[in-house]
Design a protein around this ligand. Structure first.
Ligand code: SF4
Length: 430
């Protein structure tokens, strides 16, 4: 039985497929012929998602390790390369339908509505898209106003994810954000008036010295706007970020794990009480009786349930069946590489069965539905409980998992020990 030592920092991380890969690398010289054409035809046919990485920000936030640059004058060149890349990769995905597009970054709201519409037109032209395509744009409150949001809506964006992070001026300053609490509130109001029904808010908690009362205020302010979706991420100290450098220099101390755990449990309880389903460790969706799950992020769920996804733009990741590959994480190298006939790829990994099992257990446990044991058994041709039943029973006794119709899931308290539980289960598998 794992010890109660760890409130895993990953409990609050924004999902980043890079974290599942140890590898990086330089641009591949491979022509399109070597580009993963994939399908073996063995995997289940699921709709795919398309991720567009927009690598521009007004200013680099000190905690962030996502790839972005501040050279906004490079946006036209980036768009030109992006269009080439989309046209180039589309034939490789022509056997699948796409039901989600996600403009992430970076700060996608630095693209004008016209530029976003142009990219969307290209996607609709080159990829087979479902009629009810979910199209999300991440927006920074400092970059939008009422007119711009209306124009995004008209351009075809039907889901807006706003990076609020905090409603406290002091905490926004600590996080190095470029927006103010007033701008945050205005962006939410304007988004509603622009006709967005699906509005998501990103918040960060667990700042050094943050009190439960301060965090509660953020949650109160956020829920007062009635968003369809909330992502609450625990502040993490990523390698090679200025925030991590400050921690190393002893200038700031991370919140102790026990207090992080307290805020995590408080968040889950508070939002569940207000009609939100805690459907993934860091994500909450407003309940709607006549359409269960409608407010969950269709796109992000693909990362947790092994659906295929294509990525375009610098540093974007793609996944299909047992392969993950990623683009060059340098804008200038990307601009040179994304020419017709050359994929802007930096590397690829073929996941071993063991790696796939690890990811299936770890990502499955992040979700409210937990592990679908039958599906796991079918996929890996093993008898899951024959190897893990004793451990699962012990975890149940501890109150960390509960049985479901299809298998078992972490309880709210069990989510505090996600890493330890996943490790214990994986350790049991042959
Ligand atoms: S705006 Fe977002 S992507 Fe850009 S530096 Fe800040 S956290 Fe990172």
């Amino acid at each position: 039985m794992p010890q109660e030592t760890c409130f895993p920092l990953d409990a609050g991380e924004r999902f980043d497929p890079k974290r599942l890969s140890e590898k990086g690398g330089k641009a591949s010289a491979a022509p399109w012929d070597d580009f993963p054409a994939v399908p073996s035809g063995k995997g289940p046919v699921k709709d795919a998602g398309l991720y567009i990485h927009v690598p521009f920000c007004l200013k680099k936030c000190p905690y962030c390790n996502f790839y972005s640059v501040k050279d906004l004058d490079r946006i036209p060149a980036y768009l030109k390369s992006l269009h080439l890349e989309l046209a180039g990769i589309a034939p490789r995905w022509s056997d699948l339908f796409f039901d989600s597009v996600y403009f992430g970054g970076g700060t996608p709201s630095l693209l004008t509505p016209g530029e976003v519409e142009g990219v969307l037109d290209a996607i609709l032209k080159h990829f087979r898209c479902r009629q009810d395509l979910e199209v999300t744009l991440e927006a920074n409150p400092a970059t939008v106003d009422a007119n711009r949001l209306k124009a995004y809506r008209s351009a075809g964006i039907n889901r807006l994810n706003i990076g609020i992070q905090s409603f406290s001026a002091a905490h926004l300053a600590f996080l190095g954000r470029v927006h103010t609490p007033t701008e945050a509130g205005a962006a939410l109001e304007d988004a509603g008036r622009a006709g967005f029904e699906k509005i998501g808010i990103d918040l960060i908690y667990g700042l050094p010295g943050q009190t439960q009362r301060q965090w509660r205020k953020d949650l109160e302010r956020a829920t007062a706007h009635g968003p369809a979706h909330l992502s609450c991420y625990l502040l993490s100290f990523e390698p090679q970020t200025p925030l991590e450098a400050r921690r190393r220099a002893g200038e700031i101390a991370p919140m102790p794990p026990g207090r992080q755990a307290g805020l995590f449990l408080d968040t889950a309880g508070y939002l569940e009480d207000r009609g939100y389903t805690h459907y993934e460790v860091s994500n909450f969706a407003r309940k709607q009786e006549d359409a269960p799950g409608i407010h969950r992020s269709r796109h992000n769920q693909k990362y947790w349930n092994f659906s295929p996804y294509a990525g375009a733009g610098p540093a974007a990741h793609s996944f299909r069946e047992n392969r993950r590959w990623w683009n060059i994480n340098s804008l200038e190298a990307y601009l040179q590489a994304a020419a017709p006939g050359r994929p802007p790829m930096a590397g690829i990994e073929v996941l071993s069965t063991r790696q796939q099992q690890m990811e299936a257990v770890y990502l499955g446990l992040r979700r409210r539905e937990g592990l679908d044991v039958k599906a796991l058994e079918r996929r890996f041709g093993l008898s899951f409980y024959a190897h893990t039943l004793e451990t699962v029973r012990a975890l149940k006794q501890e109150g960390w998992v509960s049985f479901t119709e299809k298998g078992f899931a972490l309880t709210r308290r069990g989510m505090l020990f996600l890493d330890a539980v996943a490790g214990a289960l994986i350790g049991c598998l042959p």
